[in-house]
Design a protein around this ligand. Structure first.
Ligand SMILES: CC(C)(COP(=O)(O)OP(=O)(O)OC[C@H]1O[C@@H](n2cnc3c(N)ncnc32)[C@H](O)[C@@H]1OP(=O)(O)O)[C@@H](O)C(=O)NCCC(=O)NCCS
Length: 386
């Protein structure tokens, strides 16, 4: 017997655990070439973008599909700057959560609250404007979470600064040097988009029910939190720090023989070196030339662990991913480990919005099928007789 989607109801269907290898839509946004270790945003190679572009420009590219003209770029940057302010209700929410709250929970709650008050988001013919608001405000929320956790203070945004410079200013309460801003901006650009990864897919599932963009982004935030996805950079840094002063080969052997995974290694699509990790490693090497002993020690340990791990896992196609060197770079920038995943979220916001808006243009409710292996027709017994 065949159902109306051509699926046999009598034979066991092919089950793709983790939806591995399942295509669910066409998209022009991003190509991840896992064999060649290449990544393209709307056709532009990530290496070229990292060297020549910036986070604001690629946010425009991801939302509109083309690089902006000078005028379009100026208007887009102004629109981002105009949306940075946070309502007192959002600031109070961030101040009100217990100190030990996972910042990803706070981020999710704050973005949900912003969505609750944003009536203009109901105008789905202007999803790009809502996306700009989300990209702008999520950075302010992450900065507010970081600064309120560390100093109890909220710093108002500075409209004269660019997106990344303003984020670091709000986070630290003072401006950061140009080269640190540039490094953070490149990190944001490298994390901005990665096709149908778990968080993006979760955002798409939410929007497919005709929920709203904020709810879809909140789903994506909550999905990013896990250590197999966005949480891996914090886990990778912890692993690197526990390896300081140890023999790297023995340290890696110990991790693998105890059945654990090397955090920041391996990827569902890349079976070679993740191109983003190549760039981040180079950025880290350049940064530590003029850094203090603490970050240099972490970075040097990361390089040694990387080499030891590749010897063990490279042949199996398990190589460093975007998260392996991100932690040491964020440590250099002065971002606390607990904020790594929220920073990943603010960086991925353009990618999430881009996919959510693209999916809506040709929406179909996402509703896959499970192959039922349980019983049917079990007789119900009253509770006293069980
Ligand atoms: C990202 C990840 C979930 C993708 O893995 P996947 O495609 O689902 O691959 P599987 O979990 O099926 O693993 C396949 C094999 O590689 C091994 N493997 C995968 N990643 C590994 C890692 N980081 N360290 C050690 N072994 C790893 C598995 O143990 C498994 O080995 P086996 O075949 O001998 O059982 C996985 O690589 C991982 O857990 N990495 C660590 C977390 C991380 O860095 N996440 C961020 C991703 S950007």
């Amino acid at each position: 017997m065949i159902n109306n989607h051509g699926v046999s109801l009598t034979e066991k269907p092919q089950i793709n655990l983790g939806l591995e290898g399942v295509y669910f839509m066409e998209s022009k946004i991003c190509k991840v070439d896992g064999k060649a270790g290449k990544l393209y945003y709307y056709g532009y190679d990530i290496g070229e973008l990292a060297a020549a572009s910036n986070f604001e420009e690629i946010s425009y590219l991801l939302l509109y599909g083309e690089l902006p003209t000078t005028k379009q770029m100026k208007d887009f940057s102004s629109a981002l700057a105009e949306e940075r302010n946070l309502d007192d209700r959002v600031i109070n929410l961030i101040k009100g959560v217990p100190q030990e709250t996972n910042p990803m929970h706070t981020l999710s709650a704050a973005m949900d609250l912003i969505g609750a008050y944003d009536k203009s988001a109901e105008n789905t013919s202007d999803n790009e404007s809502t996306s700009i608001r989300i990209i702008s405000k999520i950075a302010s929320v992450v900065a507010a979470i970081g600064s309120i956790r560390s100093s109890g203070k909220y710093t108002n945004p500075d409209p004269k600064l660019g997106h990344t410079a303003n984020f670091l200013y709000m986070l630290n309460g003072e401006p950061k040097p140009k080269e640190v801003v540039k490094l953070a901006d490149t990190m944001f650009l490298l994390h901005a988009e990665h096709s149908s990864n778990a968080s993006t897919f979760s955002g798409i599932v939410t929007i497919s029910t005709l929920s709203d963009i904020y709810s879809a982004v909140v789903s994506a935030i909550n999905t990013l939190k896990g250590s197999l996805h966005g949480g891996a950079d914090e886990a990778a840094l912890k692993m690197i720090m526990s390896g300081v002063g140890k023999d790297p080969d023995k340290y890696i052997d110990g991790i693998i023989s105890s059945g654990n995974r090397i955090m920041g290694f391996g990827h569902r699509v890349y079976k070679t070196y993740d191109p983003r990790a190549v760039i981040i490693k180079e950025q880290l090497k350049a940064a530590i030339r003029n850094t203090d002993d603490r970050v240099k020690k972490i970075a040097d340990t990361a390089f040694m662990i990387e080499e030891a791990a590749i010897k063990r896992t490279g042949q199996k196609g398990i190589w460093p991913n975007v998260d392996f060197f991100s932690g040491p770079v964020y440590s250099y920038i002065g971002i606390e480990p607990e904020l790594f995943t929220p920073v990943f979220a603010l960086s991925r916001a353009p990618g999430w919005c881009s996919h959510i808006v693209e999916y809506l243009k040709n929406n179909r409710l996402i509703r896959p099928t499970v192959y039922y292996t349980g019983e049917t027709g079990r007789p119900y017994k009253e509770i006293n007789g069980r």
